[in-house]
Ligand binder design. Sequence first.
Ligand SMILES: C=CC1=C(C)c2cc3[nH]c(cc4nc(cc5[nH]c(cc1n2)c(C)c5CCC(=O)O)C(CCC(=O)O)=C4C)c(C)c3C=C
Ligand SMILES: [Fe+2]
Ligand SMILES: [Fe+2]
Length: 398
Amino acid sequence: MVRPEYPTRRALGRRAGLRGAFATIAPMFSPFAPEPPYTHGQAERTAVLLCNLGTPDAPTAPAVRRYLAQFLSDRRVVEIPKLLWLPLLHGLILRTRPARSAAQYASIWSAAGSPLALWTARQAGLLRDDLDAAGHRVLVRHAMRYGNPSIASQLDALKAEGATRILILPLYPQYSATTTASVFDAVYRWAARIRRLPELRFVNRYHDHPDYIAALAHSVQTHWQQHGRPEQLVLSFHGLPERSRQLGDPYHCEVRKTARLLAERLGLGQERYRVSFQSRFGNARWLQPYTRPTVEALGQAGLRRVDLVCPGFTSDCRETLEEIDIEVRAAFLQAGGKEFHYIRCLNDSPQWITALACVARQHLAGWPTQPAAAAALAEARNHALAGGAPAGSRATGP
Ligand SMILES: C=CC1=C(C)c2cc3[nH]c(cc4nc(cc5[nH]c(cc1n2)c(C)c5CCC(=O)O)C(CCC(=O)O)=C4C)c(C)c3C=C
Ligand SMILES: [Fe+2]
Ligand SMILES: [Fe+2]
């Protein structure tokens, strides 16, 4: 006869202890971030995350080295195979460039920090106010693709604030794999470790949005009303390796369209403006013509006054305040030019905030942005789930 084996009290205790211990350590082995327990009837909240490129934490060589190490290790930015690129990056570039870059950052750093960081944070606050004034209760935060605050940390914060729907809005009007897609990579990486994902939407581009073009035109026209007009207006955009265009990056095409629409809006004939590309990095061939030689040639050709605007940069930063307003200005004057006017980026202009809000609202369409609307939606859902039972009766049930 086989006697059934009943576990002894001590064995049961041991097993419960093991189960308890397992329950304690299991989350440590989960690939997902811990979540608070799920409860029914949680409010739906909509959020917008403004994403910009990023900037060093300080204008010092170590801070710039940290920032550049992250930036230039991104395969979206430098497409050279890692085996060839990393020795060059760590053996040469990160040993020489940070000190030079830090001095350039120092020349444009304000008491409150990096211009790019300040403008981006301000845009987030103003966007929230604008949406709020229009009756849209939306959480708005900003994040940086490289440096701080990181995209992951801001998505964590939005989730902790209860965001269940998040619109990712890069501060790049023209799409490029090197910038826009890299922001999306960071969001996907964050999402891969989240159990209860918010709904996510992404804005790829708004290079031809009428409000964006109107904001640019307003900024140029205001400058001209105060200072008169130049002989030439240069529209300078951040450059990109020519190879990216050949491999299918639409950036160049979108830049040309922004430029055409802006010139049309300003009533400029083709002979009164030109497009150029700045901030070339390394020795490869980038999109042409390059900004500095373009402006030098205008000075050498005897032009008295050139105005320059950077329509692709939505915030002033090192690339505009130092490279353009200091270096390119000096190059023009040295080449014989007399007056160089740098027209500032959109920064916190009301027209730009209106444009951002319009882009955001178009992409938020269908998502509740008011607490009352969100609550009504949740109630309607509960009602449908309960098969018509009074709304709220399932609010806390399974
Ligand atoms: C290595 C190649 C680079 C590509 C490709 C690139 C594309 C690209 N960048 C911007 C916008 C900005 N870039 C900024 C700084 C910056 N960019 C590169 C290199 C590439 N950019 C470097 C190495 C740096 C750091 C500055 C330096 O050390 O020289 C900035 C300014 C940041 C700041 O803190 O002020 C912006 C903005 C776009 C839009 C773009 C592609 C379309
Ligand atoms: Fe750049
Ligand atoms: Fe095109």
